[in-house]
Design a protein around this ligand. Structure first.
Ligand SMILES: Cc1cc2nc3c(=O)[nH]c(=O)nc-3n(C[C@H](O)[C@H](O)[C@H](O)COP(=O)(O)O)c2cc1C
Ligand code: SF4
Ligand code: FES
Length: 630
């Protein structure tokens, strides 16, 4: 079926950007078919490419990277090439926050104004930028860059954080100290990136700040971070890399799954599902086309662990996915990577290319007669796409709307096939387990939480950063590692697990940071967020921000969440303005009703947890009347 699209035409640049991805229309439309077009190894061409709806997001990225936004003409051209109805494609492009459908300058600074950054001057930075560059979204002069507010960028340990996007090949992350940030960002917009984290020395210094434990003995997940060149396969191998794949091949698929099951590793993406059971279910599926997905969407406010692993130890993730492909009988893997992680993307692409060149990916992996390869798919700024079924929809080129479960992904996943989805940190544990054995892994941690855990410590703490501790360490231990509350202030609360998690008070310092410990205390580890608020913090502001986040990120598919997140925000705004509907008790009753409806009747975890953090805070404090001056 051909789609005839009338109306706006693409510009030559837009056409060229699409053709670079899909193959030139004139030469490739009828020939070829899909040659594995992973990571730009070869162009997509031929009729097969035209029918490949799954290339919609890569095509939109190609256009936006090239010219800064997606025009009607560009969208028309993509629709023609991929045989997607324009109305359908419009629904997709407008779903993802990173895609612009109005003209936008090539260079954009995305400034985080989310939870950790607002505790460290994000609003001041935004005010300075307004003076320096004009209002958000506007360019001072034609041809200038602009700046935009953004939800958490996954750089919380460097708060206040910003992401500088130079449309075209250069995309850089940046973070700054408290002085001169606006000017530095303004210079970066004009192409002067000397003050960004590009120089090796600056990167190393930033890494030491992000991972204060780097180089310490006894680390498992972070052992290579800061010690082994993440761009070098040789360095990875010298540090023991790829020995786990060799052992996996010697053990055979069933042996690998047995070790994983014995390790009692559970998923680190938030749901804490036993990894061995998931791998086994995929390996046993009747359908023989299977997929492995590394969930690297990491958009939970306050979370940055997966970014650090991908940037600093990318070969470990590639090796782990290869072992997963071998054990589960999958030939294709996808990394679904947050659109806001350019450095991780560079490192992963390098690692995948190096592994292919060394025959550690491809048709005959490590001479062991099995085939496995990995493709990177970039997200485009939609938190919901971290939910595994929304992630499938996104890779398939659709709006990221979660599917109803069951059927579960291990039975019906990506493209309707059995699919293994694991979080980056979950996968990062795999090589160690295969090499040292499940029993050795289980020797660290507690009865129900084996191994070590990465925690993203941010907010009002002296040494924010990524920390690895054995399960069993307490909240107080972790805060001590981070040097305590900034300026020796009194601790007010800690947000555990991110926006979908919950607040705990200072009486919880002895809480063991384990799955069972947090469950018993009515809280959650979630994605490993530990966000610290001092008594000087404005918790009411944080609650309104959390509610804004959920209203913004709800996919809108089901009523309890679509309406509930709006009503929750309105309610909190009323409380903050001290203008309750009726009296405060009535507002609290309304909140309880809303929270219950969202919890009980939402399709997915977003709606089910959208009120959790707010409810936990309201149970602990009165953040709206305790500090009426704010
Ligand atoms: C709204 C929402 C967002 C999620 N975001 C992520 C994410 O960014 N990364 C992730 O690994 N899991 C995320 N998850 C959990 C995934 O659905 C899934 O459980 C996980 O990727 C499985 O991997 P694991 O078993 O290794 O944890 C999210 C879940 C929900 C409901
Ligand atoms: S709960 Fe929210 S995010 Fe999840 S499917 Fe429903 S509307 Fe979408
Ligand atoms: S980068 Fe700002 S809150 Fe995470």
């Amino acid at each position: 079926m051909d789609i005839q699209v009338h109306g706006a035409e693409p510009s030559p640049e837009e056409r060229a950007a699409v053709d670079r991805l899909l193959g030139a229309a004139s030469s490739g439309w009828e020939g070829g078919g899909r040659d594995i077009a992973r990571d730009g190894r070869s162009a997509q061409g031929g009729r097969a490419a035209r029918e490949q709806r799954e290339l919609l997001l890569p095509a939109l990225h190609a256009v936006q990277d090239s010219v800064g936004w997606v025009s009607e003409g560009a969208l028309n051209y993509i629709c023609q090439r991929l045989t997607v109805p324009p109305a359908d494609a419009w629904g997709v492009v407008t779903f993802y926050h990173l895609f612009a459908t109005e003209p936008r300058p090539l260079n954009v600074v995305h400034v985080c104004d989310d939870l950790a950054c607002r505790l460290r001057g994000a609003e001041t930075l935004c005010a300075e930028l307004e003076v320096e560059l004009g209002p958000a979204g506007e360019a001072k002069r034609a041809g200038d860059g602009t700046w935009l507010r953004s939800p958490c960028l996954g750089l919380c340990e460097r708060a206040p954080a910003a992401l500088v996007v130079h449309a075209g090949p250069v995309r850089e992350t940046a973070s700054f100290g408290p002085v001169g940030q606006a000017l530095t960002l303004a210079r970066a917009l004009e192409g002067d990136t000397t003050e960004l984290l590009t120089a090796p020395a600056a990167r190393l210094a930033a890494l030491r700040r992000s991972v204060p434990q780097a180089g310490s003995p006894g680390l498992k997940l972070l052992s290579r971070v800061g010690a082994v060149d993440p761009a070098s396969l040789d360095a990875y191998r010298d540090a023991g890399g790829y020995r786990a794949l060799e052992r996996a091949i010697a053990l055979g698929p069933a042996g690998v799954i047995a070790e994983l099951t014995a390790s009692q590793l559970v998923g680190r993406g938030g749901a804490a599902f036993p990894a061995g059971r998931k791998w086994e279910a995929v390996a046993r599926a009747a359908e023989t086309t299977r997929y492995v997905i590394c969930n690297a969407d990491e958009s939970e406010p306050g979370t940055f662990k997966d970014r650090v692993l991908l940037e600093e130890d990318p070969f470990a993730i590639v090796e782990a996915m290869t072992i997963a492909g071998f054990a589960c009988g999958a030939e294709e893997g996808f990394v679904y990577l947050r659109g806001e992680y350019p450095q991780a993307e560079v490192r992963l692409r390098q690692a995948i290319a190096a592994a292919r060149a060394a025959r550690l990916l491809g048709n005959d992996v490590d001479g062991a007669d099995f085939r496995f390869d990995i493709e990177i798919r970039r997200g485009a700024g939609a938190y919901i796409c971290g939910e595994e079924t929304a992630l499938f929809e996104s890779i398939e080129g659709k709006r990221g709307e979660p599917r109803s479960k069951p059927p579960f992904p291990v039975e019906v996943g990506l493209f309707g096939k059995p699919t293994l989805v694991n979080n980056v940190e979950t996968l990062a544990n795999v090589p160690w387990i295969v090499l040292e054995g499940g029993a050795a892994f289980r020797a660290t941690g507690t009865a129900e939480s084996s191994g070590t855990k990465l925690f993203c410590l941010s907010g009002e703490v002296n040494r924010p950063g990524l920390y690895e501790v054995p399960f069993g360490a307490t909240l107080g231990d972790l805060l001590a590692l981070g040097g305590g509350v900034t300026g020796g202030r009194e601790l007010l609360a800690v947000l555990l697990g991110g926006a979908a998690g919950s607040f705990v008070g200072p009486d919880r310092l002895s809480l063991p940071l384990t799955f069972e410990g947090t469950r018993a205390a009515g809280t959650t580890l979630g994605s490993g967020v530990v966000l610290v608020y001092s008594a000087a913090a404005d918790l009411g502001d944080a609650l309104v921000r959390i509610a804004e986040f959920f209203r913004h990120e709800s996919c809108g598919q089901c009523v309890p969440c679509r309406v509930g997140t709006v009503r929750q925000l309105e309610l909190l705004q009323r409380l903050r303005r001290q203008t309750p509907l009726g009296d405060r008790a009535q507002e609290m009753a309304l909140f309880a009703e809303l929270a219950q409806a969202m919890r009980d009747a939402s399709i997915c975890g977003l709606g089910q947890t959208a009120s959790a953090a707010v409810a936990s805070a309201l149970a602990l404090f009165d953040p709206f009347t305790a500090n009426p001056s704010r």
